[in-house]
Write a protein that binds this ligand. Sequence first.
Ligand code: NI
Length: 130
Amino acid sequence: MRIHHIGYLVKNIAKARGPFEELGYEAEGEVVYDPLRDIDILFMVNGDYRIELVQPKSPESVVANTLKKIGNSPYHICYYCDDISKAQIELHEKGYYPLGDIEPAVAIGGRKVCFMLNPAIGMIELVEET
Ligand code: NI
């Protein structure tokens, strides 16, 4: 499956942005607030690679505990799929467990995304390519 982005947790996007720019990344759009997940998101691109900076906005955010545990770190890889419901079922048959529902991601133009967990590799994200 082709990769859309690597999700990267940071405590503070405003502070993380400069160092990533120094490493050759350029912001793709502006910081977007995702109210479903209570996070700020900024996509940055470096050649063929896209990272998604994710900053939890409150202790109740879905990723606040993960950030506390692992600090500023990459934490998921997001893969393209054609039909997200179909991809979710196929991966479930291969041993991935759905983490929550299929939901729109405001930071990717409202495209449908979902997260799944594989016991051997951890969390992945799927994004529908439309
Ligand atoms: Ni992501």
